[in-house]
Design a protein around this ligand. Structure first.
Ligand code: FES
Length: 144
């Protein structure tokens, strides 16, 4: 298995981390977004996922579905990438065993969180980064 787009990303435009309640595994997805001159249906500049990476401590199925999600999302508009579902990912992989369908939740969930993170930063002008978030979480833990 040669997963694509695996690893971290410096200065992502958006990122999202999710945990899988079924097995306890976690996944982080990072995206870089490029605005194009084409307008989307809402009249704003169309935003395209120009680069995407994932990091996971999940199983082989989680890695395979994440690799597929990144391949499906790269080059898509944020709106279209947001429509990627765990079923469409499983279909692209020509099926997943039923016991492993929950693993594909990680990739779908992390991608959606990364897109939401980008959109919320774009609205608020926030400078939140994965490093700052991890530091803040560590500081919070120490204070307890
Ligand atoms: Fe945890 Fe697959 S068993 S992601």
């Amino acid at each position: 298995m040669k997963p694509k787009n695996q690893g971290s990303m410096k200065n992502p435009d958006g990122f999202g981390t999710v945990g899988n309640p079924t097995c306890g595994d976690i996944m982080t997805m990072y995206i870089k977004v490029k605005k194009t001159k084409n307008k989307s249906r809402n009249g704003r500049d169309k935003e395209i996922i120009s680069d995407i990476k994932f990091e996971t401590l999940g199983c082989a199925a989680a890695i395979a579905t994440s690799s597929m999600v990144t391949e499906m999302a790269k080059g898509k508009s944020l709106d279209d990438a947001f429509k990627i579902t765990r079923q469409s990912v499983a279909d692209e992989l020509e099926g997943l065993p039923p016991a492993k369908m929950h693993c594909s939740n990680l990739a779908e969930g992390a991608l959606k969180r990364a897109i939401e993170d980008y959109r919320s930063k774009a609205e608020k002008g926030s400078k939140k980064t994965p490093e700052k978030t991890k530091k803040a979480a560590a500081t919070k833990k120490k204070k307890k």
